[in-house]
Design a protein. Sequence first.
Length: 261
Amino acid sequence: MREVVELGILQFSAVYLLLIVVLAIMKHAKINQTKLLIVGSFRMTIQLILAGLVLTYIFDNRNPLFTTLYLLAMMGFTIKRTLGKSPGLNRQFKIIVAGSIAFSGLSTLAFFVVGIVGQNLFNPQYAIPIAGMIMGNTMTGVTLALKSFSDSLKSQRAKVDSLLNLGATPQKILLPYVNNALETALLPTLNNMAGMGIVSLPGMMTGQILSGTLPMTAIMYQIAIMIVICTTVCLSSFCSLHFGYQTLINNRNQIKLIGEE
């Protein structure tokens, strides 16, 4: 297959002209998010260029230490963003969420890179891009799980109190909310998997094909990584919820909802 066509500065810059269409529609629809679009596009550009420079250095100087530091930074940012989008968690709950993301992400990454691809875990060519896809989807999944769990409990506080007064155990009361939140976390990934190949061509597969990889090789990689992503989202959300909800129960079998003092 032919190698990918390299984009020059002028070719690359031309793509920003498409944002004029977005700005025009936003102005017509009176959507007051022009600043967010411009700032977001600028930040995206700067952040990705910086990431590209760092990755170029790591790829040119293949040192396990550099790969490890990059993976730790990626994981730390994922945990920080997830906890930042989930206000009101107690300290124990936060530790459980952080541990769940770290354990799930590292376990599935190691399984894929070492067990499936047969490469060293610290090979940046595989570890870094795969970890990026895993962590991005995990952040979304766990955030959805925690938000769904918290919102459901708050909206049905009266029902929870009534069940407690009737003698139901906190575990029996909270488990249905935990399971519903887990379903909410999984749905985007499951829907994405169901429509893949017909509704959409995923980014990893498209990138590999553009870089000259044979389509069937790209497809096998994409199927494998989607299963890895689904497993990571499921495992991290499950551990966060099933171990985390127990921190809401005190020694008097009372339930303290997320965000309550």
